[in-house]
Each structure stands twice: as structure tokens, then as C-alpha cells.
Design a protein around this ligand. Structure first.
Ligand SMILES: [Fe+2]
Length: 478
């Protein structure tokens, strides 16, 4: 989104995408039950339109909103989460669609007609990114509620037949030589609206000294995780931290799981003899069918056979941490993750995506189809060794896309942090959340870069989370 043309294209695609994600649901499906991890899709539609109104049309042009009486309803900081389910507060779906299309036309007209200052460019981009964040949350809501799989964008090729990679050479660890690395983005760049666009938590960038480490080239797979499950990993407290043991005790009582269990009981009583509030003994979206061989994984509204070569998804931080303890491994820190993904060392060309220096892409959005599983194209249903063209300089695969990767790092501000114009993008999560990296299969590719930091509470499994691991002791570096 470095030019007016790119902004126009991104705005148009984003609008089409969010509208289709809502319009293809039936009225019954749009009336989603309450769940603390999601929002009603029609509210997300109106809310993301209000964001354009508030930060662009109202802030820059001083105009009043489409319907000032609705401003507080669409504003996420004025309306309690539970009230987003109150039908009496909202216009009907079709009236909301009229509002959203009105805002879209206003923004598009402005984008065509007014001079594109750096500040305006930044705000357009910010609002488009924000709407894409809601596209991702609408997709994970479908997974949470076992609604149908969202279709891939129509112009995208089907990734299920793409190169699955050189399996033999893709597995195992890669050794990263320690030294100085550049982490994050400049906090005071004149390119803040274009090349150096980022959110407040990614800034200001800094130099970090990172020691030698060895990190797995691939994400942990369903097969890797199944070995832990079948070794009784969930019943062995020695692999679980204090926080993990608490999560195991209470996982099914926490709102995310309890609400899902209550609403989707038909999915939970998989063996007929496991009470819904029993501690988990495997990932929440897995089941072992007594009547059939093997395990199944719930993918939206379908139960599919567990594919051992696919990355394991929908894993809570505590489960990732326990798997590492069982395997004699550890999670990477977020600085190690960024170093493995980008290898930005002083004196080199600074890259925002793992493949920029290889020249496989000129940065155009179409290239993402062969480089990363994003934009709901494959939705995690590719082997962990697939997409070799998107490898990082160190040979790590799928660092961008597939799943938000848990790191061991607490989500904290970088030294010199300055809150940007949307005050709650990061500040509400500092200190309580874990940092995940890389974007997921449900993330829009226009949103992602290697410096991006996404915060999730460590008990979240409903979002598209997975992980890779590091050796406890790095191999000797040469
Ligand atoms: Fe929002």
C-alpha cells in the first residue's frame, strides 16, 4: 500500500471481502450466539466502517458521521462486548450494509480527489489494516462456531496442489549465528506511511545482541503433537508449568471453552463418556473416534482426518510450552523469531518479509499465493514443508502465514514506545499477553510483515495459533 493506486486496490478488495464474509451467511448464521472470543459479524461490519468515518472523514474533513446517534454503538470502546448482541441497539443487517457502502463510497471518493499527504496515507492504511484485522476475527469466529469454511478470495489459486517442498531437507533445526540484529521499525521515519508503516508496538526499532541458537525449520506438526498426546502428555504434570497446570484444571471452565462447549455439545461428546468439564487430554478441536481408527480435527463445520504432516493449529500457549518440555525443547523468544525470519543485521538491506532479499517477489500481493498460506487460501491444510519459495534466509518455512507462532516473550513495549493515534491497539495487552509472530492462514497478506507483533492471552486456542521450537543447547557455530 505504498501508492494511491495500491490504497485504492486494497480498499476495494477489503470492502468486497468483508461484505462477502457477512453476506454469504444466512440470517440464522449471522445471529451468532454470545461468545467472549468473537463479535457478531454484522457489528464487525458496522464497526470497521465507523473506524473510517472516525479517523478519516470526521477527523480530516470535520464532517459529521452518517448517523451520529449510532456512533457509540459502533465504537468498540463505548459499547460493552455483551451489548454487541443486543438487537434493539442496532439497525437491521441491510440498513447496516447501506451505512457501510455509504462510508466506502465517501472514502473512495476522498481517496481519488484529495491530495494524498503522508498523514492521510498513513490513516487510510491504518483503517484498511484495522478492517482486515476484523476479517481475521470473522474467520476465527466461523471456526469457533463450526460455521462453514470461508471461501478463498475468488482470484486466488487453490494452494492444495502447490509444491509441498523437499521434505528430507526441510525438517530439523537450522543454526543461527549470534550477533547484532536490527529488530522492529524506525519510530521517526519520513517513510512512516509507506515502507516503514507499522503499529506502535513495533516501534522504535533497536539493535539487539542475540546469542547463537538453533530453531526448527518447520512448524510443529499434528504428527509431532500427536506423539505427545499419545504419550499421555496432558496427564503428566512434570511437562506443564504452574500456569499450564492451572489452565488444564480450568480450561473447560474458562469462558472461551465453556461457551463453545455449551453451544457445540454435539462436537464435544466425541467418545460418549467424557464429561464436557473434564480437563483436556488433547487439543480442543481434536477428537478420537471410538468407532473408527485414528484422530480427527475439526476444520470449521467438518471433522477431517488428522494429517500428521500438517502444522498443528489452535494450540494454547500452555500446550505449546508443555510440548516443548516433553520434547526437550523450548519456545523461541520473539527476538529470536524475528532474527530467524528476517536476518536483519547491521549493514545489510533491511527486509520486512523473509524472502525479499532472494528476489522471488517484487512485493506484489499476487506473489503471496506461492510464498505463504494467508488470505484464507489453504487455511492451514498444507504440509509444514510446503511453500519452500517463502523460506527465510535461515531456511525456516512458513514463518509468515499458516499460524501465529507463540514465542516465550511477554508482550511488552519496546524502549521509547509512543502510543499512536488509536490508543488501544497495544496498551491494553501489555504485560498480560504473550507475543505471537508471523500472521496466520486467516490473516490478510496486506497486513503482515516480519516485525509485526500480535498479542494473545496464553489460554487462547480459538485463534489460529501454532508454534515452532528451539533446541535447548544450540549446535556449535562455525
Ligand atoms: Fe476494531
Amino acid at each position: 500500500m505504498n501508492s494511491r493506486e495500491a490504497l485504492i486496490q486494497a480498499l476495494d478488495l477489503t470492502h468486497q471481502r468483508i461484505e462477502s464474509l457477512v453476506s454469504e451467511l444466512s440470517d440464522e448464521q449471522r445471529a451468532v450466539p454470545y461468545h467472549s472470543g468473537i463479535n457478531p459479524p454484522v457489528w464487525e461490519l458496522g464497526h470497521s466502517a465507523f473506524f473510517y468515518e472516525f479517523f478519516l472523514l470526521m477527523a480530516l474533513d470535520g464532517v459529521s458521521s452518517f448517523d451520529p446517534s449510532m456512533d457509540e454503538v459502533w465504537d468498540s470502546f463505548e459499547l460493552d462486548h455483551a451489548d454487541r448482541w443486543s438487537p434493539s441497539l442496532f439497525p437491521p443487517y441491510l440498513a447496516t450494509l447501506d451505512y457501510v457502502r455509504h462510508v466506502q463510497r465517501q472514502v473512495m471518493t476522498r481517496l481519488f480527489e484529495k491530495p494524498l499527504t503522508s498523514n492521510d496515507h498513513y490513516l487510510y492504511r491504518y483503517a484498511i489494516c484495522h478492517q482486515n484485522m476484523h476479517i481475521e476475527s470473522m474467520i476465527w469466529a466461523r471456526q469457533t462456531l463450526a460455521l462453514p469454511t470461508p471461501p478463498a478470495p475468488p482470484e486466488e489459486p487453490n494452494l492444495s496442489h502447490t509444491d509441498t517442498g523437499d521434505t528430507a531437507n526441510a525438517v530439523g533445526d537450522t543454526d543461527i549465528r549470534g550477533g547484532y540484529f536490527l529488530i522492529g521499525l524506525p519510530g521517526d521515519s519520513s517513510e512512516f506511511a509507506r515502507r516503514d508503516f507499522g503499529f506502535d508496538c513495533e516501534q522504535p526499532g533497536f539493535r539487539a545482541v542475540i546469542s547463537d541458537f538453533s530453531i526448527s525449520r518447520t512448524l510443529v506438526t499434528c504428527g509431532d503433537f500427536l506423539a505427545f498426546v499419545e504419550d499421555g502428555g496432558y496427564d503428566r504434570p512434570e511437562f506443564w508449568s504452574q500456569g499450564g497446570r492451572g489452565w488444564l484444571r480450568n480450561a473447560q471452565k474458562r469462558p472461551i471453552a465453556a461457551e463453545w462447549h455449551a453451544q457445540q455439545a454435539r462436537y464435544i461428546h466425541q467418545q460418549g463418556d467424557i464429561p464436557a468439564d473434564a480437563p483436556p487430554r488433547h487439543p480442543q478441536y481434536w477428537r478420537k473416534r471410538a468407532s473408527r481408527d485414528g484422530w480427527e480435527v475439526r476444520h470449521f463445520d467438518q471433522w477431517l482426518p488428522l494429517e500428521p504432516s500438517h502444522p498443528v493449529l489452535h494450540i494454547a500457549y500452555w500446550e505449546a510450552e508443555a510440548w516443548c518440555a516433553w520434547a526437550g525443547r523450548r519456545l523461541p523468544t520473539e527476538l529470536e523469531w524475528e532474527a530467524a525470519a528476517l536476518d536483519n543485521r547491521p549493514g545489510q538491506d533491511f527486509q520486512l518479509l523473509p524472502w525479499e532479499r532472494t528476489g522471488v517477489s517484487d512485493g506484489s500481493p499476487e506473489d503471496f499465493a506461492s510464498l505463504a498460506d494467508m488470505d484464507a487460501r489453504a487455511l492451514g491444510r498444507l504440509p509444514a514443508t510446503a511453500l519452500p519459495a517463502g523460506a527465510s534466509p535461515s531456511g525456516c518455512l512458513q514463518m509468515i502465514g499458516t499460524c501465529w507462532e507463540w514465542t516465550s516473550s511477554q508482550f511488552l513495549p519496546y524502549d521509547g514506545f509512543r502510543m499512536d493515534m488509536y490508543p488501544y491497539m497495544s496498551t491494553l495487552q501489555f504485560g498480560t499477553h504473550k507475543t505471537t509472530r508471523g500472521g496466520s492462514c486467516a490473516t490478510s497478506s496486506l497486513l503482515i510483515r516480519g516485525t509485526y507483533r500480535q498479542a494473545y492471552l496464553p489460554d487462547r486456542f480459538d485463534v489460529f495459533t501454532g508454534f515452532r521450537s528451539c533446541a535447548l543447547n544450540p549446535s556449535r557455530q562455525t
